[in-house]
Design a protein around this ligand. Structure first.
Ligand code: AVI
Length: 317
């Protein structure tokens, strides 16, 4: 009989906790909403469109590094590892690693198993030799994998420079959680690097305005989650490089003075006032290597593209 993937849902975020987190951020000065709320069903599609934009070099550059260096990466790793794909989405990136890295078990983790079901079932048909497990979990605040993942050595896979959406302190904390979670295996991670400001800012403020739609869609999502009455036309997308902090910042800026209401409270925003929605840190490769060492990893290898725009690190436990 053909193999089929197994699915496990871990602690679905509680509605009350989501509301409390969002309302706390909306009342803060400056207001802030976690970037995880960029990803409702439409937000995930808009992000997929972003990855196709000529200006958004990250996805394409990372893919070119994997295409060129996959054999060198395989040389560093034993066969039979469990590949744990953190934020798997459509499982496309991991699909290209399964054969070359001689993976025996593939674990796709994403915020909800519903996002994983179709992609994992399709992938299983192409790789009947690999055991597959889908895990629904919001691992962004605490990385706890269910027992079903097994006790074999794991290669944690965290591509796309998602680590860049953490502050350096949060990134260190997350890498420290990854170290024991790898169970003697390692970590394969994609990291976006510093580069000319114009290149960075174009990637986060594209002329087609897909990134603007992605950012503004967060307000629709917040309206659904907390019953607020944000009017999207009142808000504009802002994205710029904060050089001192080495990060792209995304904000939503009020075009006029507005009062936003939700059950039980309201918040007035002056014209020009912003809601901070995302940071995307751009690392120096040496600094990121030092961070991996700080988190307990060793035998660190790195590969970059010809322009030195993006790096893939392989670190052993
Ligand atoms: C998912 N993350 C790595 C993306 C980034 O580049 O920080 C999210 C994104 N935000 C705007 N464009 C893409």
């Amino acid at each position: 009989m053909a193999r089929s993937p197994t699915f496990v849902e871990k602690d679905r975020p509680q509605e009350a906790a989501v509301r409390a987190e969002l309302l706390h951020g909306l009342q803060a000065t400056p207001a802030v909403v976690s970037p995880k709320y960029l990803y409702d069903a439409l937000g995930s599609r808009l992000f997929a469109a972003i990855t196709e934009l000529p200006e958004y070099y990250l996805t394409r550059t990372e893919a070119s590094i994997f295409a060129r260096e996959i054999d060198a990466m395989a040389d560093e790793l034993p066969a039979g590892l469990t590949l744990v794909d953190l934020g798997a989405g459509n499982c496309e990136k991991a699909a290209r690693l399964l054969g070359p890295l001689r993976i025996s078990t593939y674990v796709a983790v994403d915020i909800s198993v519903d996002f994983l079901r179709d992609a994992l079932e399709r992938l299983q048909q192409h790789h009947p030799e690999v055991d597959m497990l889908g895990v629904g979990s919001d691992f962004s605040s605490r990385l706890v994998l269910p027992a079903a993942v097994g006790d074999g050595a794991r290669l944690l896979f965290y591509p796309g420079s998602s680590i860049g959406n953490f502050t350096p302190a949060q990134a260190l904390d997350f890498l420290r959680q990854m170290h024991p979670a790898a169970q003697g295996g390692g970590l394969l991670i994609g990291v976006d690097l510093r580069k000319p400001v114009e290149v960075l800012e174009a990637a986060y403020d594209d002329p087609l305005r897909i990134t603007a739609a992605f950012n503004r869609n967060l307000l629709r999502h917040v309206n659904q989650l907390v019953g607020s009455d944000f009017v999207l036309a009142d808000w504009r997308h802002r994205a710029f490089f904060n050089s001192a902090r080495s990060r792209i910042e995304m904000h939503l800026e009020a075009l006029r003075s507005v009062t936003v209401r939700w059950p039980g409270a309201e918040r007035a925003f002056a014209a020009g006032e912003r809601i901070h929605t995302e940071n995307s840190y751009k690392w120096r490769a040496d600094d990121f290597a030092a961070l991996l060492v700080d988190a307990g990893f060793s035998a660190i290898r790195r590969w970059t593209d010809e322009r030195g725009w993006f790096a893939v690190f392989l670190a052993r436990v």
